[in-house]
Write a protein that binds this ligand. Structure first.
Ligand code: HXC
Length: 259
């Protein structure tokens, strides 16, 4: 397994890849090295046939407190344009394996955006979300203004992006930002268990489900429904469809082989 400086990777059993942000002193601020390492690790898990779900977690205090301000402070406009600063995070959106964010503590700025880049967002009862970039004289840059608005609607997205206030987890759950809320000491187990559940499904069906739901954010209803139906029809070309339906009729647990 590759050695990383700012993250730790492991493979709990059951087809789950785990990526833990590991910059505790900086509250897991998302430096360029974190971006490089995290996207690399996610791509490696994505290529691994044994891995059916990827969990991304932080520490108890912070999932991530945003992009690394000390790294950005001295940058000028030409620097960020020429480097296309933060564009590398989009690589994570290309990962086809379902991504689960396990969010404990602060998920601010880029941290909130990283969580929203994931497919399932499981949060602890101590989680706090926000897009405080405006307080630094900037705006979200990892998709926050777009994904937050799609997730919670204009009213709350405007409130968070314009005032920079934080949103406690209860409000985030009511607004539809998070999938589940659990006590902090159960967060990682819950996220890994969700990963195991997904990894036990047909890999191709899980990828198709992820693609179909994400398409809803990109297209019209009629196009989306047509797109879904094509993927639905394609599932009938898989051995997993035969296995899933036979197992149901034979009253046994399916064993999906990925074919
Ligand atoms: C660099 C950070 C950091 C960050 C915290 N630290 N957030 N370093 N970048 N985003 C560092 C602090 O400098 C400090 O280092 C240590 O982590 C602990 O932080 P404290 O502030 O001492 O902790 P606390 O008082 O508990 O406050 C926690 C906090 C606060 C509320 C989360 O740290 C905070 O407001 N952080 C910034 C949040 C933010 O504005 N995020 C948006 C970033 S911009 P030392 O060395 O002093 O101990 C962004 C752009 C998005 O994300 C664009 C796309 C990525």
């Amino acid at each position: 397994m590759t050695h990383y400086e700012t993250i730790e990777t492991s493979t709990p059993d059951g087809g789950v890849g785990l990526i833990r942000l590991n910059r505790p002193k900086a509250l897991n601020a998302l430096s360029l090295t974190v971006m490089r390492e995290l996207t690399h690790a996610a791509a490696e898990f994505d290529d691994d046939a044994e891995i059916g779900a990827i969990v991304i977690s932080g520490s108890e205090r912070a999932f991530a407190a945003g992009a690394d301000i000390s790294e950005m402070a001295a940058l000028d406009y030409p620097d960020v344009v020429q480097a296309d600063l933060l564009a590398g995070w989009e690589d994570l959106a290309q990962v086809r394996t379902p991504l689960i964010a396990a969010v404990c503590g602060y998920a601010l700025g880029g941290g909130c955006e990283l969580a929203m880049l994931c497919d399932l967002l499981i949060a602890s009862d101590t989680a706090v979300f926000g897009q405080p970039e405006i307080k630094l004289g900037i705006i979200p840059g990892m998709g926050g203004s777009q994904r937050l608005t799609r997730a919670v609607g204009k009213a709350k997205a405007m409130d968070l992006c314009l005032t920079g206030r934080t949103m406690p987890v209860e409000e985030a759950e009511r607004a539809g930002l998070v999938s589940r809320v659990v006590p902090a000491d159960q967060l990682l187990d819950e996220a890994i268990e969700a990963g195991r559940t997904i990894a036990a499904m047909s890999r191709s069906a899980a990828m198709a489900a992820k693609e179909a739901v994400n398409r809803a954010l990109e297209t019209t209803l009629s196009e989306g429904v047509r797109f879904e139906r094509k993927l639905f029809h394609a599932a009938f070309a898989s051995l997993d469809q035969k296995e899933g339906m036979s197992a149901f009729l034979e009253k046994r647990t399916p064993v999906f082989g990925g074919g």
